[in-house]
Design a protein around this ligand. Sequence first.
Ligand code: CAA
Length: 262
Amino acid sequence: MTEALILTELRGDGARRTGLVTLNRPKQLNALNDELMDQLGAALLAWDADDSVGCIVVTGSEKAFAAGADIAAMASKSFIEAYQGDFITRNWETMRRIRKPVIAAVAGFALGGGCELAMMCDFIIAADTARFGQPEIKLGIIPGAGGTQRLPRAVGKSKAMDLVLTGRMMDAAEAERAGLVSRVVPADKLLAEALAAGELICAMGGPSVMMAKECVNRAFESGLTDGVSYERRMFHALFATADQKEGMEAFLAKRKAVFKHA
Ligand code: CAA
């Protein structure tokens, strides 16, 4: 029987619920290996295709979101094994294919691949215990799951260089100042806060949520003129949805909108 390296459950009691996935290799501080990433990818894809799921939260343990790629599993890899097996690309970035919002709820260590996994999510809510870093340089390697690309986009060149070249960790307060995380909350409120954000998102109109995510992501893939033009087309398209009519009518009638996600 395959070991469950993640735990999954649905939370919330609205028409659309939040999929909560907990990384579950506590003894190894949730070190990420191919099996875990396969299981995580499969869970994310299943929820992405499930109309009853409106948002996803990815979390770890109190001590570690994830302490990086599993060093024991890759220590003896040769170049040719890494290259021909397409290490990382093959299955670690399934997250990028997910069209529904994914929130990372991070407590404790988010290092190396763990920091990179958090950065692949749409936003990060951090516990005050969270510590972020790209310590690969200390292992004689560099980040391999997007860290050298996503970190500078999140925190700017200077801090990204500092973290990637020295391998030092930054605490939650520094991560918030730098713009890596959207908010910092007390550790015992982390899950509640992330699930509350999930519930809010679940109650919004599904098409507008998906298009909003797509447009913000477009900001990282295009110049301003193209990005704004892309946004404008999406904005226009939403006038074809029932949710736009409901949202605006509800506002004018001073009642709460009830979206049909259509
Ligand atoms: N891979 C494999 N095992 C790991 C691990 C990792 N990334 N991180 C921690 N563990 C294991 C430890 O080996 C240890 O196992 P044993 O109990 O069997 O000895 C267990 O988890 C607990 O770890 P520590 O005893 O080290 O706990 P600590 O509290 O003293 O230190 C830590 C915590 C600072 C996070 C430390 O474990 C650490 O530095 N871990 C490695 C972090 C790292 O280098 N991550 C980058 C990996 S490379 C990468 O991610 C590449 C990429 O871009 C994809």
